[in-house]
Design a protein around this ligand. Structure first.
Ligand SMILES: Nc1ncnc2c1ncn2[C@@H]1O[C@H](COP(=O)(O)OP(=O)(O)OP(=O)(O)O)[C@@H](O)[C@H]1O
Ligand SMILES: [Mg+2]
Length: 281
């Protein structure tokens, strides 16, 4: 089933965007284990991420969103189909250039904020002066300078999440994949974190794919939004928001924002009911 494409604004024509990552005919079936039956979690899915866009994926609980991210990142192999990043096939490991931010509280509790952020760079054997420079920048960018020596348990949930984003950011990924990174935060903090993410996206020029269950978050942050069906997750619709690149959480008070969220909700409502009726994830 081909996904329908909806443009929420007529005047924003994207001129031959460059392809950054692509999934073609991807399915993921988790094999049966003992008495646990196999699960057809995802697909078939076709997905094309454009260079430098902010792309979000919304879908009912348990529909295969994390599976989609894992397969795109090379953390999990597709049962069928093909994944390509910057023209090369993704097979079995996360390619350099892709950074992943997992769900909340993935910071290492035994490392300070600074050491958490430096972890990946040090593991790669980056020159210590360069580590210092990049970590210093990330601490400043994420507003964590005063907490460089603190441990994750001494931080708020939002600050811990900023540490996780900074840890990915210092690796200078060209494609950033985020799996419900603000899930545990309150609504206001989520909006502010969204602003930081938009700033990061603009400054780095990276392509971003955000998985979220929050329709307002997707509506505010994205250039394009994919709406997934109940499991096995397929892309039912792709929606272009038409937002200008310079945007922040203030657009949440615009009529256009309401139009986007109500369109998303309309598509998702039925699917969420289906997912809930059979026990969600
Ligand atoms: N490693 C695994 N082994 C077996 N089944 C799995 C595995 N990971 C996920 N699943 C199953 O695949 C389906 C999709 O899971 P997934 O985590 O991708 O959904 P999701 O959309 O991210 O859910 P949520 O909204 O709750 O985060 C679920 O039925 C889940 O039980
Ligand atoms: Mg998930």
């Amino acid at each position: 089933m081909a996904a329908s494409v909806v443009k929420m604004s007529a005047d924003r024509s994207v001129s031959t965007p460059m392809l950054h990552a692509e999934m073609t005919g991807v399915t993921r079936i988790y094999a049966a284990k003992g008495k646990t039956p196999g699960v057809h979690a995802l697909g078939p899915v076709d997905l094309a991420l454009r260079q430098g866009e902010f792309f979000s994926v919304v879908g009912p609980s348990g529909c295969g969103k994390s599976t989609l991210l894992d397969v795109l990142a090379g953390l999990s192999s597709p049962t069928e189909g093909k994944v390509v990043f910057e023209g090369a096939p993704v097979t079995g490991s996360v390619p350099p250039g892709i950074g992943v931010v997992f769900q909340e509280n993935a910071a290492f509790p035994w490392l300070s904020v600074k050491d958490n952020i430096a972890f990946g760079l040090r593991r790669e054997g980056t020159d210590p002066a360069e580590v210092e420079r990049r970590v210093g920048y990330a601490l400043g960018f994420m507003g964590l300078e005063d907490f460089a020596a603190a441990y994750p348990s001494q931080l708020s949930g939002g600050m811990r999440q900023r540490v996780c984003i900074a840890r990915t950011l210092v690796m200078q990924p060209r494609l950033i994949l985020l799996d419900e990174p603000f899930g545990a935060l309150d609504a206001q903090t989520r909006l502010l974190m969204g602003d930081e993410l938009l700033k990061l996206w603009r400054e780095t020029g990276a392509t971003v794919m955000l998985i979220t269950h929050a329709l307002d978050e997707a509506a505010m942050l994205s250039d394009r939004i994919a709406v997934m069906s109940a499991r096995p997750g397929r892309i039912m619709e792709e929606l272009e928001t038409g937002w200008p690149k310079e945007r922040d959480s203030r657009i949440a008070s615009e009529d256009h924002f309401g139009q986007i969220t109500s369109r998303l909700w309309k598509r998702l409502r039925e699917e969420s009911i289906k997912a809930t009726a059979r026990g969600g994830a």
